[in-house]
Design a protein. Sequence first.
Lengths: 341, 325, 293
Amino acid sequence: MWHVILRVLKMLDEDILVVKDLKKYYPIRGGLLLRIVGYVKAVDGVSFNVKYRETFGIVGESGCGKTTLARTILRLIEPTGGEIYFEGENILSYKGEKLKDFRRKAQIVFQNPYMALHPRKIVRDIVSEPLKIHTDLSKEDIYDRVLEMLEKVGLSEEHMFRYPHEFSGGQRQRIVIARALILNPKLLVLDEPTAALDVSVQAKILNLLKSLQKEFKTTYLLISHNLSIIDYMCDRIAVMYLGKFFEIASKRDLFKRQLHPYTKALISAIPLPEPDSGRRERRIILRGEVPSPINPPSGCYFSTRCPYAQPLCREEEPRLEEVDEGHFVACHYWRELEDLG
Amino acid sequence: MEKLLDVRDLRTYFYTYRGVVKALNGVYLTIKDGEVVGLVGETGSGKSVTARSIMRLIDPPGRIVGGNVFFEGRDLLKLSDGEMMKIRGRKISMIFQEPVIALNPVLTIRTQIIETIMANRDVSVNEAEEIALELLEAVGLPNPKMIMKRYPFELSGGMAQRVFIAMAISANPRLLIADEPTSSLDVTIQAQILDLLNRLMEEGRISSMLYITHDLGVAAELCHRIAVMYGGRVIEFASTEEIFKEPLHPYTRSLLKAIPRLGYYDELYTIPGRVPDLVNPPSGCMFHPRCPYMKDVCKKEIPEYVEIDNSHYVACHFAGVKDVR
Amino acid sequence: MKILDKWLMEHKYKIQDVKLMMNMIRESFLAKLGLTIITMFILTAIFAPFIATQDPLMQDLTNRFQPPSLEHPFGTDHLGRDIFSRVVYGSRISLMMGITVTLILFTIGTTLGLIAGFFGGAVDEIIMRITDIIMAFPSLILAIAVAAALGPSLLNTMIAIAIVGWPRYARLARANCMQVKNELYIEAARAIGVSNLRLIFSHIFPMIISPLIVQATINLGGVILLAAGLGFLGLGAQPPTPEWGLMVSEGRRFISRQWWISGFPGLAILLVALGFNLLGDALRDILDVRMRR
């Protein structure tokens, strides 16, 4: 009895996911003999921890590698280097049954609800598939569980016999969520879950995700380019750029006190539905384009666009360091920038 | 001040095998010289169709079936094809959402931009080339000569959009229609493009703009006035400030409440129900099945588009009813 | 919910599809023609004993070389046998060969193609090289070689055609598999923990079945044609079996004056091959529309 309580207490303070120096490089082949001429460094040394039952957000623009990161953490893509610990165990060594078991505990909701469901299967079969693979419940039990899950996401029994194309985007995303949560996974990765949806539908899905998280006590890893959604949903946030994390902080700290210039630019770039707020004048406009992940800049990856870049920034890559409790930043001059105000 | 653009009761229908899709069923819009008007709405509300109807770029099975589009005093819908062609690209030009796709993939930027310039202005090839270089610089591209040699797929989204903007302003149009030009771009790149558009307006290269977007934040920043569309109709049209501070139409209010905003963590307001079916729209007011204030009359009569306050137009039976916000 | 209701809902789309297919066929003259020919062919094969007027093997040397008449609608051959009855019974052979071989081709070809497409790498390379080799030869020549090597018989013909024919299915299956493999719903299935086997047969296969069926239908005609060709060359059925190709071959000597001996079996081959081609084309059109839905 005691050891159960102790274990639960430990869990609440522990990390469900620990990622250390994760890398995913894609080789580029060229020339006559198709030798490797370079690498696309999609994920280039990412480290972070996620606590039980929190919502951890990864925000970044297109090409920053966040989608690759999400898939690599779930081993849908095999990493090139680094370590991933889920519930204390190294999942990179998993094979066969253990890997299958991992899939039961860690699920994903994709960005595109229009393509995430098998077009030739009815909803009942789509949502029941995880049950069929991981449990040996009877057909009737499976039916009941599927029905229960569908009702939780706001659908009904008659929807079970329909095909995905009969549903709107928002409804399809609900089906995806139902499928992802039906086995009650400990970790749910959400890769831009509302990017393809309209504003009013987005609100419904976000509300649904929040309430389901309370009910199922799931840990969320939320990936998005939309800072407003990240702010709404997440407890802690990491800012990603060209395969690296530039800053990690709690939501409150990040919005009150951005330490990295990219984070500052990102937040100032969001147009808010508040006319006459003066944001436009205060906005930091970045120069140039995002560099190619094949040929990242020397030193700090942001140095080519940073309005405050110094010579050191082109020479030495800053490491991600904890500068305050739970607040990490990778910048040589974060102190000086903060003083600037 | 004279109205540059005055759209009245524009109707565009699409005749499909499923039935008649009433994509636009009463669009009212006015733009004055030097003004930026935003056209806001969700998918299926008819924003893009409005833009294309104004430019008379509606192909079968679509047809503009009614209304007027007065531009500089003349009804564009009554012009001949030839006359309309003279206006398109010269007096009214347009930029689109996915610039890389909208450009011709097999031609270099140089070819396309010179072609555009020469089609809309009476200049020689050499003159056009000079103008092109100047324009590319004006839109903030760092190395115009190199960009000219490139193909569209070699450009990033942001760069391609700048090229597109350069082409669109090459004839100094009086009205620029921007159809979600930054929706497919990253937020920092979007910031660059919005900054560019502002600058071009200040420099006088763009006179007036119709900016179409689903992002209320962008509309708030860029536009003087905003028109909100729902189910193919403009249901509210007012100054930006009034739209955000005193929205009169229930849909506008709902939309504003449904957006996640920085620092706001309560449950998001959700609009019940679904987007209306444009083939079989709801009777009376299109929004009535989802409206929190719905009464009987809303089911029976289509609300008229009327001016409630000074230049604040709404199409609602109960516009101006002070209710819980 | 009542069981019948559930079943109806679950299969609602399949029922709708069939109705749609019927409508589309009804609208296309060529499709109707193809379907008619095939139906007649199949019915003839099934009800051969009732349709044929005489014993196809029975010789009547007093009645040789009779031109087409009421008693012998297709005339008689050099041994006095009724050609009409022989053609009718021949349809059984052709149909049986066609269906059997096509089923084998479909199964082997699809499975190998799916495996090659799904796993890639060395497995893919090996299978593709084999298909390359087989496809490098003109099918008829290769079939002849195999049939000749195995010895002339109906069974060996079928084996020969099967060997020659599976690469095309494998290629088609592989190409489609590779395309479908990268779709999001497949990745989603993998994320759930679906095993490779289940992925291939439960997720990917249903998506590629349409083009394969079209291919199979068109191919059926080709198989029958090929079988007839081998029969013509004497590598297939042996006399006195009323196999159409063999019949054409037997009548070759008499073609200038007793054209009907080769003519009618030849016509049968032509019609059946045509019928399957038309039907296959129509199916392709129908399935295209369905996919676009």
